[in-house]
Design a binder for this molecule. Structure first.
Ligand code: FE
Ligand code: FE
Ligand code: MG
Length: 165
């Protein structure tokens, strides 16, 4: 990155890059979990849920892109191999082995709650020391909060349907 742009970063750049790479591993796993979940999901409101899961998949990919752009600006190296996704993930991967809509929603809600914790920590860590990274992780945090809320609302609606029957 430009010398002045790097000079203003008061945070430990290596640490920030390492934390962003761990978040990058989470984003790729979240992307695939949503994407393949959208393919296999079955049960009530399937078409609607499939659309929402695909939309979230696209947003996780956008997050991966935002992280990599910033890692490169900081002269870091983004994770180069999928092996590193499993080695470095914070939030892990929940395979959608049970394709029932509620199970898939609950797995993805758990993932979003983990992501919220990860980005909340990154927000706090960069707030006073690295304004550019701060703005990026804050934007991602906003999306993850919205993702959790979307999925919890769908789950509540589904549970409401069950009670009425
Ligand atoms: Fe994300
Ligand atoms: Fe998300
Ligand atoms: Mg949504």
């Amino acid at each position: 990155m430009g010398t002045k742009g790097k000079e203003i970063v008061e945070a430990d750049v290596e640490e920030i890059v390492a934390l962003m790479n761990k978040a990058l591993a989470d984003e790729w796993l979240a992307y695939y979990q949503y994407w393949v979940g959208a393919k296999v999901v079955t049960g009530p409101m399937r078409g609607f849920v499939e659309g929402e899961l695909m939309e979230h998949a696209g947003e996780e990919l956008k997050h991966a892109n935002m992280l990599v752009e910033r890692i490169l600006q900081l002269d870091g190296t983004p994770l180069l191999s999928p092996d590193q996704w499993i080695e470095q993930t914070n939030c892990g991967y929940d395979a959608p082995e049970d394709p029932q809509v509620k199970t898939i929603l609950k797995q993805n809600i758990k993932g979003e709650q983990c992501a919220i914790e990860v980005y909340n920590k990154l927000v706090k860590k960069t707030r006073d020391t690295d304004p550019i990274t701060y703005r990026i992780v804050l934007e991602i945090l906003e999306d993850e909060v919205e993702h959790e809320d979307d999925l919890q609302q769908i789950l509540e609606d589904l549970e409401g349907i069950k009670k009425q029957i």
